[in-house]
Every structure is written in C-alpha cells, then in structure tokens.
Design a protein around this ligand. Structure first.
Ligand code: SAM
Length: 291
C-alpha cells in the first residue's frame, strides 16, 4: 500500500532526498501524524464537490489528503525551494495547483475566480505559519472572500483568543474581529510532538464558519473596530476611563457617562464583560454623536 507523506519516516526520506533544511523564519513545522490530519479533514467540511485552498503546503502532507478528498486544491507557498519537492511528492494528483506567492500579497479573490467553479463551495484548510497567523486570517476575512469555512492549525493561545467568550482572559479585540466575520470554535488541541521540527508552543485546530451577515449592525466598521480596541487598551481600566483616554479632549467624563447611560451600559464595567452587541450599540452611539 502507498505510504502517505505525513509520517515521520516518509518526511525524513523526502527531506534527505532534497537536502532540505527548515527555515525557522518561515514557520516551517511539518505535520507528521496521520491521525491529526484525519481529524483536520473530518472538521473541514471537504467532499468531492468542494474546492480547497491551502496556505503553506510545505512538502505536501495536508495537500495530498486534500487532493484525495476534494475536487480541486489551490495552494500558496512562499518558499521557492519547496516547489520542485511538491512537484514530485504530489505527482500522482492532477487536481493540485501550487502558486509561488506570499499569501499576504496574493490576490486570492482572483485566484479563486479563475480556478474554482462559481457554484463550488470553497473551504480553506491549513497548518498555518505561526508567525503570521493573525495577519493571514484578518486579511482573508476582511476581503470577504467567497470561502465558506477556515479550518486551521494555529498556536493554541491565539485559537483560544479567536474563539473566546466574554468575561474570560482570552476575550479581546481579536475575538470581536474574528467573530464579526465568523462563528469560531476550537475543535481540538494538538501536542507539539506531531510536528517536525517541534515548535515551542502548543497548537490547536480552529474552525471558522463564515457568516452570511455580520451578527450586529454597525454604522461604520472602522470606527467600530477602533473603538473595540480602545476598550481593551488597558484591560484593568474601566470602560469609561479607556474611552476617556481614547477620545482625548473630545468628550469629558460627564458626556461619556451620559452617552453610556443612554444606551444602558455601565461605565464602570470592563471591556472584557461587553458582548459584541453591546460594543456595536456603543460604537453606533459614539459614531452618531461624533465630534
Ligand atoms: N502544510 C505543511 C504541513 O502541514 O506539513 C506545512 C505547514 S508549515 C507550519 C507552514 C508553511 O507555510 C511552510 O511551508 C512555509 O514555507 C509556508 N509559508 C510561510 N510563510 C508563508 C507566506 N507568507 N505565504 C505562503 N506560505 C508561507
């Protein structure tokens, strides 16, 4: 029977055949565990009708499974040295296209339009380079791409922040940003031992399902996100004090208290206790009274 790429022995063999040396600066930690891969696939909502996008295929461990389970795979890889390797490790599959590009600079929308059928659901599945997890996800979400879900392996702490609930240590402006666009859930914690080389941090599989509509109505998205950030600027400060520092001289203490009173939010609360709906109500109130 055929041996998949995602095993320690096959991975070592490929690395030695090509004299490949990991670049730490590119977050290269390759998956070498078939069970974890199977779990990712199970969560990802992939079937033979689906399109799959991968970021950072490495030597093809996950790409191979996507090629088997999806209709087509489009993968973005920044490291030129991996292209000939992928060309060989994935030579059995004719439904994979590798684009040699930095995902942060890529025109993903055009790539999707050119590569997938317009009626085909597209899912993103990736073991992300940890040094740029948040920029990658925020870029893709803010572009409002036609991607139905994101199933990604990322650093455990970051996954927890993205999927957090109010009144927890992990809840913050990143939580609001991610959950404005998606339903977020940590589906599995993953130990360091399943990677080669092992990273310094623990990992988790995060599943994001794109929302059809934002969960709240905000008058101005930039204003909303900036205000949310301001409310977490100093986590131990009250809402009112964070708002006072944010707006500088524009509003005095009384004005802020009055505005908050009008929308029934207690200014002595802390940012981490506010729901997305309360943040939206607050942002809209300040936006409508902006100076
Ligand atoms: N998918 C493979 C696996 O699971 O074994 C490799 C995952 S490894 C954690 C991250 C991959 O992302 C590496 O192949 C790395 O070269 C690639 N990468 C790093 N930065 C990138 C970027 N800006 N754009 C595209 N790929 C990138």
């Amino acid at each position: 029977s055929k041996k998949f790429i995602a095993t320690p022995s096959r991975t070592k063999e490929i690395l030695s055949t090509y004299s490949f040396h990991f670049k730490k600066s590119l977050g290269q930690n390759f998956l070498v565990d078939a069970n974890i891969l199977e779990n990712i696939l199970k969560q990802a909502g992939i079937d033979k009708g689906a399109g799959a996008i991968e970021i950072g295929p490495g030597i093809g461990a996950l790409t191979e499974q996507l090629a088997i389970h999806a209709d087509k795979v489009l993968a973005f890889e920044i490291d030129q040295r991996l292209l000939p390797i992928l060309n060989s490790t994935l030579s059995d599959y004719n439904n994979v296209t590798i684009i040699h590009q930095d995902i942060l600079k890529a025109d993903v929308r055009t790539a999707i339009e050119e590569y997938f059928h317009p009626d085909q659901p597209v899912h993103l599945v990736a073991n992300l380079p940890y040094y740029i997890t948040t920029p990658i996800l925020m870029k893709l979400l803010m572009e409002k791409l036609p991607v139905a879900s994101f199933t990604v392996m990322i650093q455990k702490e970051v996954a927890e922040r993205m999927a957090a609930q109010p009144n927890s240590k992990s809840y913050g402006s990143l939580t609001i940003a991610i959950q404005y666009y998606t339903n977020a859930k940590v589906v599995m914690n993953v130990p360091k031992q399943v990677f080669m080389p092992q990273p310094n941090v623990d990992s988790a599989i995060l599943r994001l399902v794109t929302r059809e509509e934002p969960p709240v109505e905000v008058d101005d998205e930039d204003f909303f996100f900036t205000l949310v950030q301001a409310c977490f600027a100093q986590r131990r400060k009250t809402l009112r004090n964070n708002l006072l520092s944010h707006f500088k001289q524009k509003y005095d203490k009384e004005e802020i208290s009055l505005l908050l009173e009008e929308i029934a939010i207690d200014g002595t609360r802390r940012g981490e206790s506010l729901s997305m709906e309360e943040f939206a109500r607050m942002a809209n109130a300040f936006y409508r009274n902006r100076k």
